[in-house]
Design a protein around this ligand. Structure first.
Ligand SMILES: Nc1nc2c(c(=O)[nH]1)N[C@H]1C(S)=C(S)[C@@H](COP(=O)(O)O)O[C@H]1N2
Ligand SMILES: [Mo]
Length: 263
């Protein structure tokens, strides 16, 4: 009561004034929403075209919206943040094995015979041995590996930084394309990754886990470790690598999972 004593007393609004004011506010809000809707619709329609079949059946505008979200994250985050790392002692001693698509046929796979195949548009190939990859500077990372299925685990990986690899094997020009595609030697599991995540300083081609050569189940002889992505993008047993400006095929995106799958 006292607090109000010094305040100027405003005449209460009449019913008519109240109605006028509300009408004004509602129409204003309604109008703004309308403009917003038109603007976002136009924005969606202007989103990048989708190559048919690359991502699982989402209606075109929605897929465009997802692609826009991807562009947003690509532009603002990807290369600028580092994933949190942990002391080696925190790493799981027997890391979980998740799924084995494209690497089940152990009998037919000879790790000693293995070479990484880099495929070019003109159908020529470059073959790179594990020895040549191991001769490059080694980087290690201990971080929290996350699977979209809901588990995560601190894991310890080592290998060559993908950006060092690209520089050493004169693939930097090729890697200026927007995407890199990786496939298992038999082509049953395959992923596409946008340029920013392959050049991310923590992305490695890994050949060691817990200080030992990677086991067959974890992706011997060479797998991708891309800490800015969910597990699905961390392809085990790399057979081929290629570069393109269109999105390469992606196993889980074809099943409707988010193509970007970033963290
Ligand atoms: N070749 C191949 N790579 C793959 C997969 C797969 O099925 N086949 N599964 C992915 C998924 S969903 C996850 S979570 C991780 C699991 O890796 P890990 O088995 O070494 O824990 O591998 C990824 N890479
Ligand atoms: Mo996963």
């Amino acid at each position: 009561m006292k607090a109000n004593a010094n305040k100027k007393v405003k005449a209460p609004l009449t019913v008519e004034q109240k109605i006028k004011r509300r009408t004004f506010i509602s129409f204003g809000a309604f109008g703004a929403m309308g403009l917003g809707a038109v603007a976002s619709w136009k924005w969606l329609l202007a989103a990048p075209e989708e190559t048919p079949g690359i991502t699982g059946g989402t209606r075109v505008p929605l897929r465009r919206a997802l692609n826009k979200t991807e562009l947003f994250f690509r532009n603002f985050f990807s290369n600028k943040h580092l994933v949190k790392t942990y002391p080696v002692a925190d790493a799981a001693k027997t890391p979980r094995v998740n799924s084995l698509i494209g690497i089940e046929d152990d009998e037919n796979f000879d790790a000693d015979d293995w070479k990484l195949t880099v495929k070019f548009k003109n159908k020529t190939n470059q073959y790179i041995s594990l020895e040549a990859i191991k001769a490059l500077p080694k980087t290690e990372i201990v971080y929290d590996f996350k699977c979209v299925e809901g588990w995560d685990e601190i894991q310890h990986w080592a290998g060559v930084k993908l950006s060092d690899f690209l520089a050493h094997f004169k693939l930097e020009e090729e890697a200026k394309k927007q995407y890199m595609g990786l496939e298992t030697p038999n082509g049953s599991y395959y992923v596409g990754l946008e340029r920013e995540s392959i050049l991310h300083p923590q992305t490695i081609l890994a050949y060691e886990m817990n200080g030992k050569p990677i086991s067959i189940d974890h992706g011997a002889p060479l797998r991708l470790i891309v800490p800015v992505k969910y597990g699905i993008k961390n392809l085990k047993r790399i057979g081929t690598m290629s570069f393109s400006n269109n999105r390469p095929r992606d196993y889980w995106a074809e099943q409707g999972y988010d193509y970007y799958s970033g963290l």
